[in-house]
Design a protein around this ligand. Structure first.
Ligand code: KG4
Ligand code: ZN
Length: 339
């Protein structure tokens, strides 16, 4: 069978990214232009600034991805592009660029759900991986446990009722003065702290529920900081980071394992920016070993936002005969499995 080459474009948040992926698994190029330095000044992503920056660099990022892959547009079988969920202005930049290429070169267009992209990063990392499996998607905007029945077929088993895990990391990091993005900074600082120093609460849902809540943990950290300040005590930031992280990770791991047991599967894939977290990786591996569940993680660069993962998801849509029309619009709150 002929190789299928997908040019993928991702611009849902603060990374402008393009990649060329063969047969959904082999990455020829994966170019990421990050805007982190710009947004750090504001303590978080400023949507309008993000859109403008995407406009400035998208052309160069796509050209670099093609060049690095050693291909030109006439070698490309389809263009995969994220059309949601994400910031509407940011999404529109990638989407319009992809539509322009698709129309002018007569190349099929595939709309990709960003979350489906995160899950698909595992297909790049593990060449033999096939559904069914359970996936824990943990990012700045999402915390969801999904059962992937087959390619493109998902069942949401649990999700956050308030903040996403990455969002909680970012908010706590800001509160203790670590800056944006907080996840990697807390991850690093926590290694110097005692994870049992402070007892932060875990979300308390019904025993069978796989839903999450992280706003309570975040508020407990803020209350602790206020209390210490009022008493005039110094805080140990590393202990706060480690104790907060333990509270978040233990809930993520417990629910992920419960989901595998409910479905009777022995394989769990982790995806999204927080999947780069070292504590989550270690704790998940240990629990997986104990429970006889294989734990899969993409390499950190495939966990955070990138276009290779979009290229992988687009491939499975393409071979199933699904393509989008040029009327495809950005859907900021697109749900998994929705078309
Ligand atoms: O998947 P992603 O790049 O973008 C979204 O789709 O949201 O995830 C970004 C999130 C941010 O909240 C960031 O703080 C978090 O992932 N993150 C981490 C780590 N690296 C990134 N959180 C914890 N530990 C990390 N090492
Ligand atoms: Zn993402």
């Amino acid at each position: 069978m002929k190789d299928i080459k997908i040019l993928a474009i991702e611009s849902s948040c603060d990374e402008t990214a393009a990649a060329v992926v063969v047969n959904g698994r082999e990455v020829l190029s994966n170019v990421i232009a990050s805007q982190i330095d710009i947004h750090t000044k504001f303590g978080g992503v400023v949507p309008e600034v993000a859109s403008r920056k995407h406009v400035e660099v998208i052309g160069a990022v796509v050209n670099e991805a093609l060049e690095e892959a050693g291909v030109s547009l006439k070698d490309i079988d389809a263009i995969g592009v994220t059309y949601g969920p994400g910031l509407v202005g940011a999404l529109l930049v990638g989407l319009q660029y992809a539509k322009g290429l698709s129309f002018s070169r007569n190349i099929p267009l595939i709309g990709v759900n960003h979350i489906e992209g995160h899950i698909s990063a595992n297909f790049i990392q593990y060449k033999e991986l096939k559904p069914p499996f359970v996936c824990l998607v943990v990012s700045g905007g999402h915390t969801t446990i999904v059962y992937m029945k087959s390619y493109g077929e998902f069942e949401v088993m649990g999700q956050t009722m308030d903040d996403a895990a990455g969002e909680a990391y970012d908010k706590v990091a800001r509160a203790i003065g670590l800056g944006y993005p907080g996840g990697p900074k807390i991850d690093k600082l926590a290694r110097e702290g005692n994870e049992d120093a402070i007892k932060f609460p875990r979300a308390n849902f019904h025993r069978e529920s796989l839903d999450f809540s992280f706003s309570g943990i975040k508020s407990a950290v803020l209350n602790y900081l206020n209390g210490m300040e009022m008493k005039g005590f110094e805080v140990n930031k590393a202990d706060i980071a480690a104790s907060f992280q333990k509270a978040v990770v233990s809930v993520l791991v417990d629910n992920a394992i419960k989901a595998c047991k409910q479905k009777g599967v022995d394989k769990i894939a982790i995806a999204g920016g927080v999947a780069a977290n070292s504590c989550l990786r270690e704790t998940m591996m240990l629990r997986g070993e104990k429970e006889g569940i294989e734990v899969l993680f993409p390499t950190p660069i495939l966990c955070t936002d990138n276009a290779a993962m979009i290229g992988s998801a687009a491939y499975f849509e393409f071979i199933n005969g699904k393509s989008a029309s040029l009327n495809l619009n950005a859907v900021p709150n697109l749900k998994l499995g929705e078309r």
